[in-house]
Design a protein around this ligand. Structure first.
Ligand SMILES: Nc1ncnc2c1ncn2[C@@H]1O[C@H](COP(=O)(O)OP(=O)(O)OP(=O)(O)O)[C@@H](O)[C@H]1O
Length: 243
C-alpha cells in the first residue's frame, strides 16, 4: 500500500507540490492527470526517493519514505523521461543487466528474467543489439525493461507511452494490466485521457501542485455530471476565460 501524507515540494519560493495526500492499494492503478507543470513528475520523483519533500511524507509497502529510502527503492521500479540514462554503446540486454546488478539481482537469474521481459515487451529482435541506433520507442522499451527487471511491487511511470506507436503503447498497456493482476501497484502520469480512462482504477487530477479531484472515472463523471473525462478535466483545470 502507498499512503501519501501531505507531501509538499517547494523550489525556492515556488510551490510545485502543495500538501498532496492519497492512498493506493495493492492491485490498483492510479493515473495522474494534470496540465504541463502541474506537479506530476515532482510527485513521482519524491515517491521514487529522487527528490526530498519539503514537508510531508509517505509510507510505501510499510516503509517510511524519509527514514527507509533504500527499502523504498527496492520496492519500486521507476521510469522517467524515456531514454534518459540508456547507454548507447551497450546492447539492450547489457543496459538492462547493468540495472539488474545495481539492484543486487543474482547473476544466474538475470538473463532468464531479461529474456522473459524481452518477450513480454516485444523486444526479442533487438535485445542483443546496441541501443545507439534504436528509435525513441525502442529506447523507451529498454527503459521500461530496465525499471522492472528486479520485479518490483510498485511501478512509478512518468508518461510511459509518450512517443510510442499504437502497437508499442498497447504492449505497455497490457503490461500494466498484467502487473495489476499480479497485485502490484502502478502509478503513472499521462496526457492521454483514453489511456487513463481505460487503465486506471482511480484518477488523481493535479492542478498547480494541488489535488483538484480524485476518484474512479465513474465517480468523477457522475460528480461533474459529464460523461466525457476530458470535459471533466477541463472543468477542473481549464482557464474559464479561454474560448
Ligand atoms: N528542480 C526544479 N527546480 C525548480 N523548479 C522545478 C524543478 N522541477 C520542477 N520544477 C517546477 O515545478 C513545477 C512542476 O513540474 P513537474 O515536472 O512536476 O510538472 P508535470 O506535471 O510533470 O509537467 P509535464 O506534464 O509538463 O511533465 C513546474 O513549474 C516546474 O517548472
Amino acid at each position: 500500500m502507498i499512503k501519501v501524507q501531505g507531501i509538499t515540494k517547494k523550489f525556492k519560493d515556488f510551490m510545485a507540490v502543495d500538501n498532496v495526500s492519497f492512498q493506493v492499494n495493492e492491485g490498483d492503478v492510479l493515473g495522474l492527470l494534470g496540465e504541463n507543470g502541474a506537479g506530476k513528475t515532482t510527485i513521482l520523483r519524491m515517491l521514487a526517493t529522487m527528490l526530498r519533500p519539503t514537508s510531508g511524507t509517505a509510507e510505501i509497502n510499510g516503509y517510511d519514505l524519509l527514514k527507509q529510502p533504500d527499502k523504498v527503492r527496492g520496492e519500486t521500479g521507476i521510469l522517467f523521461g524515456g531514454e534518459v540514462g540508456v547507454y548507447d554503446r551497450l546492447t539492450a540486454r547489457e543496459n538492462i543487466r547493468y540495472f539488474a546488478e545495481l539492484n543486487n539481482m543474482k547473476k544466474e537469474k538475470v538473463d532468464k528474467r531479461i529474456d522473459e521481459i524481452s518477450v513480454m515487451l516485444g523486444m526479442s529482435e533487438y535485445i542483443d543489439k546496441r541501443v545507439g541506433k534504436f528509435s525513441r520507442g525502442m529506447k523507451q522499451k529498454v527503459s521500461i525493461a530496465r525499471s522492472i527487471v528486479h520485479n518490483p511491487n510498485i511501478m512509478l511511470f512518468d508518461e510511459p507511452t509518450s512517443g510510442l506507436d499504437v502497437t508499442s503503447s498497447r504492449i505497455i498497456h497490457n503490461f500494466i494490466r498484467s502487473c495489476r493482476d499480479e497485485g502490484k501497484i502502478i502509478i503513472f502520469s499521462s496526457h492521454t485521457m483514453s489511456e487513463v480512462e481505460e487503465l486506471c482504477d482511480r484518477i488523481l487530477i493535479i492542478h498547480k501542485g494541488k489535488v483538484a479531484a480524485m476518484g474512479t472515472t465513474a465517480e468523477l463523471k457522475s460528480h461533474f455530471n459529464n460523461e466525457n473525462l476530458e470535459d471533466v478535466f477541463m472543468e477542473l483545470v481549464g482557464d474559464k476565460n479561454e474560448l
